[in-house]
Design a protein around this ligand. Structure first.
Ligand SMILES: [Mn+2]
Length: 327
């Protein structure tokens, strides 16, 4: 009997056409793994539509060739035999296609979130793999794909995004061997570093200043929290996803065990909560009680229909209690 990894590889090898989708508000891993796999499968003669988000997130736009992304139209699915969901722990996070009838398609679920509920016809959940990008790299030899720089570049972005430039606890010897293979294929790591970290938009720097002003240290110094309202983003004409590093910032203070970043998304009537925590605090477990999920060290969830102050009160109460209990 084949294991999950080989079953997914066989399903990818067999298909002739597929729609590739990553989770909503795609980060570097979601974007990079989707683009890397799309290029790899196209190189094997398969018809592939990369969709779910459009346009590409500004930060990752440099990776894309014109026409590589298609609009997530509802009738798109009818033209393909499979749907490949990447880095997406929950079918409801497939933004454009959540709630769609997917029964006519072979759904292939490739993800590394331990809270993934194994939706789909074939699923491989690489719980201990740094990133979905690293999982895609493991699949490529089985698909007969040779690494080209065009495939390797987005996968490099996936790896460095989810490992914090190879600094988080999820970085393994296998991650670095994968990274070495990507470099050997011709990735210009300094060019990518400049694209991702040295092209800050001034309005986003001002938003970061606002985030620093809002930083609060609570629960006897163990909880760092930043809460931003929709009007903070509006004031600087910043995108709601402009400051993903706010949660690391809140977490980076000496003595802080858990970092929390709350942001109000007015148009969706949502408060999104992102969390980072050190051992023994399992942030995925914590998030699951609020309907979210993620990884032990980084996870999140959202509230619907309550205000920012209310959401903040609930998060502070629950986390403070948890921190007092020591777990
Ligand atoms: Mn990921």
């Amino acid at each position: 009997m084949l294991d999950d990894f080989h079953r997914v590889a066989a399903a990818l090898g067999d298909l002739k056409s597929a729609v590739i989708v990553a989770h909503e508000r795609p980060d570097g891993d979601a974007t990079g793994s989707a683009l890397g796999l799309a290029r790899a499968l196209r190189g094997r003669g398969k018809k592939v539509a990369l969709t779910g988000f459009m346009p590409a997130p500004r930060l990752y736009d440099f990776l894309f060739q014109r026409g590589e992304l298609v609009k997530p139209a509802k009738d798109l699915l009818r033209q393909y035999e499979a749907l490949i969901a990447l880095d997406c722990g929950d079918v409801a996070r497939l933004a454009a296609f959540s709630g769609e009838d997917l029964t006519a398609l072979t759904v292939i679920n490739i993800d590394h979130h331990p809270t993934n509920d194994r939706y789909g016809n074939v699923a491989w959940i690489g719980e201990n793999v740094s990133s979905t990008g690293e999982m895609i790299c493991q699949l490529l030899p089985l698909l007969g794909v040779e690494l080209t720089v065009a495939i390797a570049e987005p996968l490099w972005v996936a790896l460095i995004s989810d490992t914090g430039n190879f600094s988080y606890a999820n970085t393994t010897p296998a991650t670095l061997r994968t990274a070495a293979a990507l470099l050997a294929a011709g990735v210009d790591c300094n060019k990518i570093h400049r694209e991702l970290h040295e092209k800050r938009q001034l309005n986003e720097v001002f938003l970061m200043r606002r985030a620093l002003e809002k930083l609060e240290i609570l629960a006897e110094g163990k909880l760092g929290l930043i809460a931003l309202a929709q009007r903070d983003f509006d004031e600087f004409s910043a995108d709601i996803n402009a400051l993903p590093e706010a949660v690391s910032l809140a977490h980076s203070i000496d003595g802080v065990q858990i970092g929390a970043y709350l942001r109000e998304i007015a148009k969706e009537n949502k408060i999104k909560v992102s969390l980072r925590g050190y051992e023994p605090f399992d942030m995925a477990k914590f998030s699951q009680q609020f309907g979210g999920g993620g990884h032990a060290r980084a996870a999140g969830f959202h509230f619907t229909g309550i205000g920012l102050a209310d959401a903040k009160g609930r998060v502070v109460a629950a986390l403070s209690k948890w921190l007092r209990q020591g777990e």
